[in-house]
Design a protein around this ligand. Structure first.
Ligand code: ATP
Length: 308
C-alpha cells in the first residue's frame, strides 16, 4: 500500500549545532494509528515539526500524501492537522472565529454545519462565542483539536494529546480519535502514557537520540519482546531450587515460598507443562498460580535501556 507519509533520510541539525534527527526513514500507512514513543529529548517534536513544515530539515525529504512538505508546502500542509503541545491560538479570538479562520486558511469552502458538529463533538458548542482566554485549560486543548480538524485533514498529528488533562477529557479524546480513524483519518501521536499506545496504536515506532530504533506492529512487538511469568505459591517453602529444574529461568523468593518462571510470550506451552510435571515428580506442591505478561511500557524501557 502507498504510504500516506514517507520520511526519507531526514536529518535536522539545529543552529546550535545539535543534531536532533539523524537520517530518519519512516513510512506511515493510510488509516493507521501510529504511536511514536521515545524518552525526553529524543526528537519526537522535531520530527513532527519537520513533517508539518514548521521546522526545515537539514537533509532528506518528507512526502505527505505525495506532496513534498518543503517544495509543495501548501498542498502538503492542507492534508495535515496538528494538535501541538502548547497553546497556539490567538487568545483574544472567540472559539467560533478561530475554527472558521483555520478552515479558511487551508483553502476549504466554508461549512458552518461541519464546524457546528465539530464543536458539538468536542463539547465546545456552548462556548462558541467565548474568547479563548476565558476558557479552562482543558477547553483550550479542545479548541486546539477543533482548530486542527476544522479543515478536515487526512492526517492528524497529536503531540502529547493527553498530557496534563483530566480523566474525562482523556476519555473524550480517545473516543474522538477512534471515530476519526473509523472515518479514514491517519493518526500519529506521541505520548508518555504508554498504556494509551498499547490500547490504541496499530503500530509503534521508538525514537532515541534522533534515530528510529524500531518500528513494529504493536501486536508483534508485544509477542516478540513480551515476557511472560508464571508464579507459583508453594505449599511448603523450599530451602533451595532443585538443580535438575533448569534454574536458568526459575527464581525462588528469599522466603522460599514463591517460584517464578520467566519465558518468552512466543514460547510454546510445552515447557510449562514439563516444569509442572517435574515439580509434581519431586513432590513440590503449590496452592496457587498465576501468569502475567509484560506491558508495552516494560518493553519500551528495556529497549531504550539496552541502548544506553
Ligand atoms: P520531549 O519528550 O521532552 O518533548 P522530544 O522527543 O519531543 O522531547 P525534541 O523537542 O524534538 O524532543 O528535542 C530533541 C532535541 O533537540 C533536544 O535535545 C532539544 O534540546 C533539541 N532542540 C529542540 N529544539 C531546538 C532548537 N530550536 N534549537 C536547538 N536545539 C533544539
Amino acid at each position: 500500500m502507498q504510504p500516506i507519509i514517507s520520511v526519507q533520510g531526514l536529518g535536522k541539525t539545529y543552529g546550535s549545532g545539535f543534531e536532533a534527527l539523524k537520517s530518519v526513514d519512516l513510512e506511515i500507512r493510510k488509516g493507521e494509528i501510529f504511536a511514536l514513543l521515545g524518552p525526553n529529548g529524543a526528537g519526537k517534536t522535531t520530527l513532527i515539526s519537520v513533517i508539518c513544515g514548521i521546522v526545515n530539515p537539514s537533509s532528506g525529504r518528507v512526502l505527505a500524501d505525495g506532496y513534498d512538505v518543503v517544495k509543495d508546502y501548501r498542498a502538503a500542509r492542507q492534508k495535515i492537522g496538528l494538535v501541538p503541545q502548547e497553546l497556539a491560538v490567538n487568545i483574544f479570538e472567540t472559539v467560533w472565529s478561530t475554527v472558521k479562520f483555520s478552515r479558511g486558511l487551508f483553502g476549504k469552502k466554508p461549512d458552518n454545519a461541519y464546524l457546528e458538529q465539530l464543536l458539538k463533538d468536542l463539547s465546545l458548542w456552548d462556548k462558541k462565542n467565548e474568547r479563548i482566554m476565558a476558557l479552562s485549560g482543558g477547553m483550550k486543548r479542545r479548541v486546539l483539536i477543533a482548530k486542527a480538524l476544522a479543515y478536515e485533514p487526512a492526517i492528524l498529528f497529536l503531540d502529547e494529546p493527553t498530557a496534563g488533562v483530566d480523566v474525562e477529557l482523556r476519555r473524550d479524546m480517545w473516543e474522538m480519535i477512534r471515530k476519526l480513524r473509523e472515518s479514514g483519518v491517519t493518526i500519529i501521536l506521541t505520548t508518555h502514557y504508554i498504556e494509551e499506545a498499547e490500547d490504541m496504536a496499530d503500530r509503534v515506532g521508538v525514537i532515541q537520540r534522533g534515530e528510529i530504533i524500531l518500528v513494529e506492529e504493536k501486536t508483534e512487538l508485544m509477542q516478540k519482546f513480551g515476557r511472560k511469568q508464571l508464579t507459583l505459591q508453594l505449599t511448603e517453602p523450599l530451602s533451595a531450587l532443585p538443580a535438575e529444574l533448569n534454574p536458568e529461568n526459575l527464581n525462588l523468593s528469599d522466603d522460599g515460598q514463591q517460584l517464578t518462571y520467566t519465558y518468552d510470550a512466543q514460547q510454546d506451552q510445552a515447557a510449562i507443562a514439563q516444569l509442572l510435571r517435574q515439580l509434581a515428580q519431586r513432590g513440590i506442591d503449590y496452592r496457587d498460580l498465576h501468569t502475567s505478561q509484560s506491558s508495552l511500557e516494560d518493553i519500551f524501557v528495556s529497549l531504550v535501556e539496552e541502548r544506553v
